[in-house]
Write a new protein. Sequence first.
Length: 213
Amino acid sequence: MITSLDQLDFQKTYSYADYLSWQFDEFVELIKGKIMPMSAPTRVHQKISMNLSRIISNYLLQNNLHCEVYAAPFDVRLLKNPYETSEDRIGKTDKQIYTVVQPDLCVICDLEKLDDKGCKGSPDLIIEIISDGNAKNAKHDIVDKFEIYAENGVPEYWLVRPTEQSIQKFVIDTDTNEYQFKGIFAINSTITSSVLPNLEIEINEVFRDRNKL
């Protein structure tokens, strides 16, 4: 039984079935079978996450949309992996899944993708909050996750930058499965969503009380 992160071989390829068997407190992600340890979020990070979660949750309720928003820790199993090319991935077993991420926030509108373990398949919107002062974690969000989310066809991806108090928006090109940059939204501007109709978020609200922390 694996009870410590130190017992794992970081050069080995693991599946979601392996991931479920681990009995330690640390949070990790799997990217194409490779272990990616997660560091604890800062207070600023958590405040921004709560602001966004509140805004999006209220929007979903007010518009009677049958979508759900979840904050980390929440397992999202992405079904595309480098070990097969079949597009029929829904029937995958835990042993056949090699990518498990915990986005800071995600919105799922196809509720059939949800089960007691989390989300099996791509959310409609994923939001990651860049960790200030942690270059390794920042690279993970900006490069590693950016690529894996595009490969799996996540329709929309936001990168929140607390230091700059801005959000970068990317929308998938379904022909190329590559993200198209849709702009940087900073203080005194409003960001909209390409997948959630009529969602408008004032950037000032996202970073509300940021300077008091």
